[in-house]
Design a protein around this ligand. Structure first.
Ligand SMILES: [Zn+2]
Length: 463
C-alpha cells in the first residue's frame, strides 16, 4: 500500500482559498471544464417554456386519466414525452436508448382501479467500460393532480408540479446526449408520483433486483415558481433536500454512522454537498442551498423509493412555494387565482435549475467513482489521523483528495491533494475533533463526491 505522511502545516488549507493547495493539485483541478461550460450555454429557456406549455395543454395528466386520446390525458402526455426522447435519440446517433417502463398496478390506495403506471426512460450509456457500470439518474414526474387527488377528469395542468421537472429532464437529455460521458446517465419522466410514488418505486425496485449500481438519483419536483405564498420573490436559489442518516431498518450503514457522530454524513448528504460545490463552481450567482432533511413537512417525492433501497438520492425544489398553485382546480376565489398554470412559471428560473442539474450530472458522469472502503485507522489512541481506501480502478484517475471539517461544520472546508496513493496520515489532525472523507480526481480535475471515512467494522472502542 502506497502511503504518505502529511504535516499539518501543509494540510491546513481551505478549499478554494489557499495557493499552496492549488500548487499540489493536478492540472485543471478547481477550474471549470470548458466542455461542461459549453453544455450550460446550450440550455434553452424557449425550449423549456414550450415543453411546459405542451405538457400543461394535455389538460390533465392524472395517473388514472384518459389513455386513448391523442390530445388529452396521461396516455397522450407519455407518448409525446417518448417522441421527444426519440427525436433526441436520433441526434445522439442512436446512443440514447428510449423506452416505456411500465407495469400494471392492482387497486391500491389512491388507485381505485387496475392502472398501467408507465415511466418514460432514456438511457445514455457511459463510454468507458469500467465507469459505464455507474448509473446516475435524473428525474421529474409527469403526472399531475387537481384539488381532489382521485379526480382524473378535471383539468390539472401541473405546469410547475411537475411539468417544470419533466422539462428539465428533457432539456438535459437534449443537451447531454450529443456528447459522451464516462458513466451512464438515465433521464426519467416518472408516473404515479401523486398517487403514492408508484412509478419511482417500480423503477428503483427493478434497478435493485437487477443489481444496478445507481450511485446518485436526483428528483426535480416543483422547480418553476419564484413567488412564494408569503410574497417572497427569489429566482436565485434552489433547495437541495437530503437525508442525514439512512433508515436504520434497511441500511446497516446507519449504525456505523451513528457510532461516530456521522448523522450528518450519509451518501445522500455527500451528494448534496457535491451539488452545492459544483453549482458554486459553474453558476456562482445561483445558490444550491442544502436543506438538511429528506423532504418538506407533510410531503414526499420520487427520491424516497431510492433512499429506501440504499441508493443516494436527493430532491430539488424551488425556494419558496406558492400553495395556491399546487394541487388546485384552476379557478378564481375572492380575487385569488388558483391553479398550476404555465403563466405563473418563471421559465428563466427553470433554465437556471437545468444548469445546476447539467453541471452536476456532467461532473458526476465524467469524474471517477467515489472511493470505496474509506477507513479511519484506529489501532491506538493518538492525535494523528491515518486514512486508507481501496484504489479506484478507472483509466483517467489522477489521484485522491482528503477532505475534512470540524464536527460542527456543515460543509467540507479543508482539502488536501495526496496524489495517487491509497493511504495518508495527517499529523496533529485529531479524528476525535473532525469528520474526514476521501474523493477521487481525474486528470481533467473532475472530482467525485466525497466518501465519508469510518472506522473499521470490527474496531472495538478503547476504554
Ligand atoms: Zn410533485
Amino acid at each position: 500500500m502506497r502511503s504518505a505522511t502529511v504535516s499539518l502545516i501543509l494540510a491546513l488549507v481551505s478549499i478554494g482559498s489557499d495557493v499552496r493547495a492549488q500548487d499540489t493539485l493536478p492540472p485543471g483541478t478547481s477550474v471549470r471544464d470548458p466542455k461542461i461550460e459549453t453544455i450550460l450555454t446550450e440550455v434553452s429557456e424557449p425550449r423549456i417554456r414550450s415543453r411546459i406549455e405542451k405538457l400543461a395543454a394535455f389538460d390533465t395528466r392524472h395517473t388514472l386519466s384518459d389513455t386513448k386520446s391523442d390530445t388529452r390525458g396521461i396516455g397522450a402526455a407519455r407518448r409525446w414525452i417518448k417522441s421527444e426522447f426519440d427525436r433526441i435519440a436520433i441526434k445522439s446517433n442512436g446512443r440514447l436508448k428510449v423506452e416505456f417502463d411500465g407495469y400494471v398496478q392492482p387497486p391500491a390506495r389512491r388507485v381505485k382501479v387496475e392502472t398501467e403506471i408507465v415511466n418514460v426512460v432514456a438511457t445514455l450509456p457511459g463510454s468507458k467500460r469500467q465507469a459505464a457500470e455507474r448509473i446516475y439518474v435524473v428525474g421529474g414526474h409527469y403526472d399531475s393532480i387537481c384539488s381532489d387527488n382521485e379526480d382524473a377528469v378535471t383539468d390539472a395542468p401541473g405546469a410547475n408540479d411537475d411539468a417544470s421537472g419533466t422539462a428539465v429532464v428533457l432539456e438535459l437529455a437534449e443537451i447531454m446526449s450529443a456528447r459522451e460521458f464516462d458513466a451512464t446517465i438515465v433521464f426519467v419522466a416518472f408516473a404515479g408520483e401523486e398517487q403514492g410514488l408508484y412509478g419511482s418505486t417500480h423503477f428503483a425496485d427493478e434497478a435493485k433486483k437487477a443489481g444496478k449500481r445507481i450511485e446518485a438519483m436526483i428528483t426535480n419536483d416543483i422547480v418553476g415558481n419564484t413567488d412564494g405564498s408569503g410574497g417572497r420573490h427569489d429566482n436565485r436559489t434552489l433547495r437541495v433536500f437530503s437525508e442525514g442518516l439512512p433508515d436504520p431498518r434497511t441500511a446497516p450503514l446507519a449504525a456505523r454512522l451513528r457510532a461516530v457522530g456521522g448523522e450528518n454524513d450519509s451518501p445522500s448528504r455527500q451528494l448534496a454537498r457535491f451539488v452545492k460545490e459544483t453549482t458554486a463552481l459553474y453558476t456562482p450567482r445561483f445558490l444550491a442551498k442544502p436543506i438538511f432533511r429528506s423532504d418538506r413537512y407533510l410531503r414526499g417525492g420520487d427520491h424516497m423509493p431510492f433512499l429506501a433501497r440504499n441508493m443516494p438520492a436527493i430532491r430539488f425544489t424551488e425556494p419558496s412555494e406558492q400553495f395556491a398553485r399546487q394541487h388546485q382546480d384552476v379557478r378564481e376565489e375572492n380575487g385569488i387565482a388558483f391553479g398550476d398554470v404555465p403563466g405563473k412559471v418563471d421559465f428563466a428560473y427553470v433554465a437556471s435549475v437545468a444548469r445546476v442539474n447539467a453541471a452536476t450530472m456532467a461532473t458526476l458522469a465524467l469524474a471517477p467513482a467515489s472511493p470505496v472502503g474509506a477507513t479511519i485507522e484506529t489501532r491506538k489512541v493518538e492525535n494523528d489521523t491515518t486514512l486508507h481506501w481501496d484504489p479506484v480502478n478507472e483509466a483517467d484517475l489522477a489521484g485522491y483528495e482528503v477532505v475534512w471539517r470540524e464536527t460542527t461544520a456543515p460543509f467540507w472546508d479543508h482539502v488536501l491533494w495526496v496524489g495517487n496513493l491509497t493511504r495518508a496520515t495527517m499529523t496533529e489532525l485529531s479524528k476525535d475533533d473532525h469528520h474526514l472523507g476521501v474523493r477521487s480526481v481525474d486528470r481533467e480535475g473532475h472530482r467525485s463526491p466525497a466518501s465519508f471515512a469510518l472506522p473499521p467494522i470490527r474496531s472495538e472502542p478503547k476504554k
